[in-house]
Design a binder for this molecule. Sequence first.
Ligand code: VG1
Ligand code: CO
Length: 562
Amino acid sequence: FPIKEIQTKPFEGQKPGTSGLRKRVKVFQQEHYTENFIQAIFDSIAVKDSTLVIGGDGRYFSPETVQTILKIGSANGVGKFIVGKDAILSTPAASNVIRKYKATGGILLTASHNPGGPNADFGIKYNVSNGGPAPENVTNQIYEKTKTIKSYKVLEAPPVDLSKIGEFTYGPTKVSIIDSVADYVSLLESIFDFPLIKKFLHDHKSDFRVLFDGLHGVTGPYARALLVGSFGLSEDSLQNCTPLPDFGGGHPDPNLTYAHTLVEVVEKKGIEFGAASDGDGDRNMIYGKGAFVTPSDSVAIIAHHADAIPYFKKGGVKGLARSMPTSKAVDLVAQKKGLEYFEVPTGWKFFGNLMDAGRLSICGEESFGTGSDHIREKDGIWAVIAWLNIIAAVNQNSSKLIGINDILNEFYSIYGRSFFSRYDYEEVPSDGANALVEHLNKALESGSLNNTSHKAVSSSKEYTVSGLYNFEYKDPIDHSVSKNQGQVITFSDGSRVVFRLSGTGSQGATVRMYVERYVGPEAGAAALAEPAAEGLKSLIEVALEISKLKEFLGRDEPTVIT
Ligand code: VG1
Ligand code: CO
């Protein structure tokens, strides 16, 4: 097959954000747009004779883009492509495949939890050889290349059939189409106590029912293989588990707002254990009847019970970590267990260096991301099975069923509780968002907010500002510095509020406000079990007043509260 060089011009704004380049499908469909970005990836890595994995959540425009990657990649000298059947590999499954087959890296076609379809979002993300998202020096290089690109190369060959497992050649390149699920299932089998989980679910068929909602994202086949295949549950334990290119028109984000299909059925049928994952399978929500596990607590609880999981029992827990806006619950577990712990900027890429250096085992983000060093991405299904493993283990010698709420309450009684909530203001005008950031920066520079007291209107509870700073991270392994990672206001009682601009949106700006208030175990069971919205009400009022957020954004209410 001939190789052709095609002339092109740079496009503006091909800068990867928190997790890859995300734009509307229509943007990617412009002539040369997708090709430019893919050529820029190949210009930024050691492409000659490389092995690259291609996967994704199967969203609209994925099959076309796989063909584009094959054409450009082969023309640029890629030695071998490993492709998930039908262009499907969840983000965690792709991370595993990259590691297992010692690939150079991988290209993931996903915009994660953003909606899909012709009028919604598409995304392209590059992962490196450790299986994790490319670090900033790589993504910056890709971006630089997109600014000066003049041409890209293509192999002029007919499209590849992605629907048949097998190996063949494509011009000078080998292509291997693999089962999307098999490697991932064997990975989890090596981590968790499958026989224990299976026995527990069998013994508690009637008083511990399970429902998993795939939100029509990529995780359906993975959940089916595990819950039905490995654990013997019935098909009734699954819903919305057929991946669809537009996620059935839904917003595949596992939180209380967007995963309402799960919440409704769990409440109506009184299901003890519900769970959901996002479009590309790296997020999770754990939700049983009347029991919601906030992700900041989830990572801390998994760390607290790590011994129940064979992988950690055997290998030990090296260290713990969370992203900056995530509540400090996991810090308390680390302190109690005498483990090292880290606070990194938002986005999974910062955990990878720590894991590679053998200093981090379990970590999480408040944004429904939980995971460990078994791969280098957060892992939705892993978190769900981790919870099932822990529940099966704590019930081993118990005469009465111990459920999600019992586990939460026991945790709070030992460590206290970090009440946590996030307010998202999605797709607001960029000007307003920038003005809000400016306003806080001014207060930071002038110190004008320091030691000021603020009364909540509804409760007359008072909060005094003890500090205001802009979070900056120096990577302890490679010493790279990431600045401006969010503005933090701390209060004299230890509470804090964080403001950040999202790096994953595809239109306008999204402002996130995170609030956290700690209540110690001595407060007693009733105070610790309060609904989070109650526990945080006064602090939220104060945060909105100090930031003047409503004025700047012109929005009275957030789009999503988690
Ligand atoms: C959001 C979350 C962040 C997460 C990122 C990718 O980023 O806040 O915690 O790592 O999405 O998740 P941002 O910049 O919009 O706040 V996923 O599941 O979209 O890959
Ligand atoms: Co995701």
